[in-house]
Ligand binder design. Sequence first.
Ligand code: ADP
Ligand code: ZN
Length: 727
Amino acid sequence: MHPVDQLFAIRTVPVLVPLPAERPYSYAVPDGMAVVPGSIVQVPLGPRQVAGVVWDGETDAVDPKKLRSITKVFDCPPLDSAMRRFIDWVADYTLSPPGLVARMALRAPAAFDPEALIEGIEATGVAPERLTDARRRVMESAAEIPIWTRSGLAHAAGVTPSVVDGLLKQGVFQSVRLAPPPAVALPDTTYGRAALSPDQAAAATALVARGDGFSTTLLEGVTGSGKTEVYFEAVAAALDKGKQVLILLPEIALTQSFIDRFHARFGAPPAEWHSDVPPRRREQIWRQLAEGRIRVVAGARSALFLPFQDLGLVVVDEEHDPAYKQEDRIFYHARDMAVVRGALGGFPVILASATPSVESRVNAADGRYGHVRLAGRFAEAALPDLSLVDMRLAPPARGRFVSPVLLTAIGETVARGEQALLFLNRRGYAPLTLCRVCGHRFQCPDCSTWLVDHRLRGQLQCHHCGFAVPRPEACPECGTLDHLVACGPGVERIAEEMLATFPEARTILLSSDLPGGARRLRRELDAIAEGEADIVIGTQLVAKGHHFPLMTLVGAVDADLGLANGDPRAAERTFQLLHQVTGRAGRSGGRKSRGMIQTWQPEHPVMRAIASGDAARFYEREIAERQRAGLPPFGRLASVIVSANTRREAEEYARLLRRAAPEDPAIEVLGPAEAPLAVLRGRHRFRLLVHSPSRAPVQGFLRATLAAAPRPRGSVQMQIDVDPQSF
Ligand code: ADP
Ligand code: ZN
């Protein structure tokens, strides 16, 4: 306790509030109020009341005259100490304010208050008296679903609850009693246990044998090898010990099939946690989880910050997936943070993948992670026959993108009543539009990128900032009509090519920017699985986890696409994506299946590895390469992006930072140079790369640099990304 507090005999505690605060603030505890570290409390902050968490450690000294008191303690289980240490750890590692990290753990404010959970509000149809900006936001959010909790609506609209209260007083909303949350069905670990193959049984035994304490195990096996069934055994073992379980999945909003499988295995679905879950449901989940009533969550990366009371296992499925990296405000990698969560909570972590990240492969080889493998595919399902289509020898017809060999294979597949999948990781119709007369290229006014032609929407769009204009007929530069040409393919263009070539076939285009969102995609994925399509064209959405029994041909239209960008991770990513997408073929036994990869560089190690199925050699090469260059996981990187309204400001500040960096023999600083997207949303960007070839941590160096540099001024902003995924 601080001496001043002792003098006045006021008890103070540190409270972390969900703001970009570097440290917890000090608050007085009123007489008779009981708080412990982890208690969720309401505190005054300026003119507002906010929810915060009582933190650990000493309080900072505060002038007793300025000291304010905790308003109330919510009737809510406290965040446990593993969770609090996790928040501190993530903040420290990512150089983020702990308050912002805590905010991720406090995302469902109504959940703290049982009263708020049964008090709902609904719109009455009365229009607000004075439509301020804040009120307009509330009205827009309210239109999405009929019934809200007060704080849930405030949160969704990004306003304080008092704005909602004002509207309630005006009669724009009225109170309603909410139905109590549905009882949570508990998983039954013996419910639908599958008979495991000997290979699976051995793997499951090895997983479970790692024990209840902290360990990380890489579960590796080709797509269709039955990894899910294997880690379900570890899930069952944790549940049998009364523990809670978290399963992380990339693109969870689309993986209905996973939820169904879990349900079939455990007799109850897991709680789903991702951005498409409505706010009220999220509040219920948060609460029920904190009370220990929910046992299993299947979620996106943000589920790591849920208030588990007794977490005993985290599974990270498709651990190599780039979707695990969050690059917004707090830059963190959910796979790595899951391992940290396990270490702090003292429980095992399982990373599952057919194509592990190079990082996890190296950790497994070094013995830091356990390594459990499944040899082949489950049952008689054979891996597809993979071949390269050398585009130099068999080019497609002019203006077309599918080579004659692949076309023939598609025709044969459809004729047999089977399905073909064409994969191209590019949304829209064409990545570039130019004027044939004057050479004008359509560029985003706010970003340094071309506009992508989206014919289905009739727009040219920027994929980075959302800018869109109706597709023009005339060139804005020279005014010539009807001489604009689309350059290169996107999935819409491939769909057009298929419709023209196979007019009788039922063709489905799957892309995240078709109207209808996740719900429609789920429906279409079901339809494909039911056999209601002959030819499917899709982006990487189709590569993930889906099970299409009739799919016997997969064609990668432009397999080289990801290799072109010069990123050191490009080879790894391309390998993973191609393996995964070709793995969609032949997932049910009996039928012969094929994967055909169109490439202009058949000699490239990635293409050779895919065609030969020799993943081991690919990893060896890739690992040796990274080791030689001191790249992750043999070295460490952080990127610092400085952005500003003008190029000059951004560059100047980036140079100031560079000069402020201390001399450190273990660390080299590259740049500043223009960032890969030199202009984004109208902001000019410069980048410094901090490289530690020897694996020495970079955080201390970054902190010293920031401490020595002047604070950013004017429009200058800075983003720090420790362990950037592309660099
Ligand atoms: P992976 O996750 O390794 O790609 P899955 O777990 O999806 O593989 O398994 C592939 C297919 O085999 C799925 O359709 C799954 O239902 C089936 N399968 C796996 N193990 C078993 C088992 N022990 N009994 C019955 N079916 C199984
Ligand atoms: Zn843009």
